[in-house]
Design a protein around this ligand. Structure first.
Ligand code: PRX
Length: 636
């Protein structure tokens, strides 16, 4: 029996038991047998329950890029590491071998050093899905710089606040990006963002769309000429196990985004371990995750998890709709993809189109399908299973979060029997618990509550950048000693978990986490707006869409409502990005509030979802009469 590669259900149960009975021995064996180290650890796990600090493999030294690249140079130098599929299907795909990846990462790392980047410095990466994105992550890791990738769909304001929060010294970007038939002026967004970012010393610019951009003398540098003269020799910086590898921002239910901090050894081990098992990865496979590297899914399961395992990982620049709705299936046929990992929102969008787009292509290479990011509804699950997997490829519904670093609850394909909408069983090392509202653990099966995790795992985020107190408050104060996920879940009669959705003010739209507070802040900046509240309502492609209730100031009452709606969405696009735009905006004279003045979002959510019959008792509200008005004017 191998702890590292689980092949059957019995084996899963045995390995799981071992991982719970003796977690440190379990992870120690995995660390010992499957990774390269510069120095062995002194201690597997140090857990300070009071201050919510964990350290895994303290004392060990390593560099994650030696695990992702160098060690493969002896065994599989000419194997494709990154298979780049460009936006335009006419442009040839690029097969970047492990040998080439090594050279490109080393050169890039030397450019970073040349521009003054040192171990511990933060580098912001704002790039489209091109090879330089993956390479820049690895180049940072090579020299011990901490990368902070910002998804290239975020606005200038969102970018600059993330740069300032982490006091980044450099931005890596491109002239622009391709998105289907459109191009996006990324450098223009960066220029705007850098108007108020005192920590930035330099900007590296990848040439991708050959657009005419402005370069600021002494600050901006084209990357290619620097690479042309860079040495391909760059010894890896020796890192401590708990040195920071990256920061990745995620929305919270309140306030500014949280810079989740992931460290080196534990993250590496867990991303690699879960990749191997959840995708049952084998040497000849061609694995494709369609997420963007700007999200945790891309960090863990396009870059680090696959590369540590010596895999071939597809990196796709484009969108599912370009040049037509068959693009995903075309890519699967073209590259003989064996594992395909995507989001339910993409499946729902594709399922709406004619099946001809699917049937034109040979999908017989597929062995495993995956989903992530939000609950998958039964209809989408069946469409995926019937038409893409042809009922032969198990679907792994993987539940996890930016904070968890890796998948937490997921079937092991060909071992765990799957049921639509169930993420099924915890992966080895993960001890989920369900809590009731009072914080009492719900034991046994057939229970529903709030999902928490009671024991540390190697890839958990260690802190929020610059604010450990906030980390403690958000994740560990609700159920002291346990990590609180913010999700609701149920455990069925067989012990399978089903995630029921967020229980806080985070709304998942098209698989993206959006906090209500930053969106409301953006709306309230509108000069005619007095107050606003955002809720989610069911949407057949996005999963949830956003519904805004807005109270206008007296001065704004005469304004054309449609114009105000447009201006509100424009403000949201500028402050956050187009992903946070509202689908519906209802103007109202008041919002239902508790006697302590808190907006009753539960009621607003029900009204926006058309569930007005189930509002419950509203008589205790400060202003029950408002509810009637809101119901009367609801937008359908
Ligand atoms: O609500 C859960 C939902 O996505 C949240 C985490 O979002 P984020 O940090 O952006 O990471 C997404 C990619 C890992 C969770 O709290 N979620 C994620 N996967 C699932 C899910 N909900 C149901 N089923 C899933 N498989």
């Amino acid at each position: 029996m191998s702890n590292y590669h689980i092949k059957g259900l019995e084996e899963y149960f045995q390995v799981y038991r071992k991982s719970v009975d003796n977690p440190t021995q379990f992870w120690e064996e995995i660390a010992e047998e499957n990774f390269v180290w510069r120095k062995r650890w002194d201690n597997v796990l140090a857990w300070d329950k009071e201050d919510n600090r964990v350290k895994w493999f303290e004392g060990a030294q390593l560099n994650i890029t030696e695990n992702c690249i160098d060690r493969h140079l002896y065994i599989r130098p000419d194997k494709t590491a990154i298979l780049f599929e460009p936006n335009n299907p006419q442009e040839p795909a690029q097969h970047i071998t492990y040998k080439e990846l090594h050279e490109r990462v080393c050169k890039f790392a030397n450019v970073l050093k040349d521009k003054g980047i040192q171990k511990g410095d933060r580098v912001c990466i704002y790039l489209p899905m091109i090879p330089e994105l993956a390479i820049s992550l690895l180049a940072c890791a090579r020299i011990g710089a901490i990368h902070s990738v910002v998804f290239a769909g975020f606005s200038a304001t969102a970018l600059s606040s993330r740069i300032n929060d982490a006091t980044c010294k450099m931005v890596i970007t491109s002239d622009g990006s391709y998105r289907g038939a459109k191009t996006i002026d990324l450098k223009g967004i960066v220029d705007e963002a850098l108007q108020d970012t005192p920590s930035i010393e330099s900007v590296l610019v990848v040439k991708r769309i050959q657009s005419d951009i402005t370069m600021q003398n002494g600050r901006d540098y084209w990357l290619q000429p620097l690479l042309d003269v860079a040495s391909s020799d760059c010894p890896a910086e020796i890192m401590n196990a708990e040195d920071e590898l990256f920061i990745l921002y995620t929305s919270g239910s309140t306030g500014k985004p949280k810079g989740m901090v992931h460290t080196t050894a534990g993250y590496m081990i867990y991303a690699a371990y879960t990749f191997k098992n959840v995708f049952q990865y084998r040497e000849q496979d061609v694995y494709w995750c369609s997420a963007d590297i700007g999200w945790i899914t891309g960090h863990s399961y396009i870059v680090y998890g696959p590369l540590v395992n010596g895999a071939t990982t597809v990196l796709f620049e484009g969108v599912p709709t370009y040049p037509d709705w068959g693009r995903f299936w075309n890519i699967i046929e073209k590259h003989k993809v064996t594992q395909f990992y995507t989001a339910p929102t993409a499946i729902r969008a594709l399922a709406k189109e004619n099946l001809d787009y699917v049937e034109k292509y040979d999908l017989s290479s597929l062995k495993i399908l995956g989903t992530v990011g939000e609950p998958i509804n039964e209809e989408a699950w069946h469409w995926y299973n019937d038409n893409i997997g042809k009922k032969k490829s198990p679907i792994v519904d993987t539940w996890w979060q930016t904070e968890t670093g890796g998948m937490m609850i997921s079937p092991i394909p060909y071992a765990t029997p799957t049921i639509p909408t169930f993420a099924t069983l915890p992966l080895p090392g993960i001890q989920p618990v369900l809590m009731d509202e009072k914080g009492v653990e719900l034991t046994g099966n057939q229970v529903e509550g709030r999902l928490a995790v009671k024991f540390p795992w190697p890839s958990m985020a260690r802190t929020i950048w610059g604010n450990h107190q906030r980390y403690k408050d958000i994740y560990f104060s609700t159920y002291p000693g346990n990590y609180f996920t913010g999700d609701g879940a149920l455990r069925d009669a067989t012990g399978y978990y089903r995630i029921t959705g967020r229980v806080d003010d985070v709304i998942i739209v098209s698989g993206h986490n959006l906090g209500t507070a930053p969106i409301e802040d953006a709306i309230n900046e509108h000069q005619a707006v007095a107050e606003s509240a955002i809720v989610g309502f069911p949407h057949n492609v996005k999963g949830n869409a956003l519904y805004g209730y807005v109270i206008l100031k007296e001065t704004g009452e005469g304004r054309d409502h449609n114009n105000v709606r447009k201006e509100i969405n424009q403000l949201i696009t500028e402050r956050i990005g187009p992903i946070a735009k509202l689908d519906k905006i209802q103007f109202t004279s008041g919002l239902p509030k508790t006697r302590s003045g808190k907006i009753m979002r539960r009621i607003l959510r029900k009204i926006a979802s058309g569930e007005t019959e189930q509002l419950g008792d509203i008589s205790t509200l400060l202003n029950p009469e408002v509810v009637e008005e809101v119901i009367k004017n609801v937008l359908v």
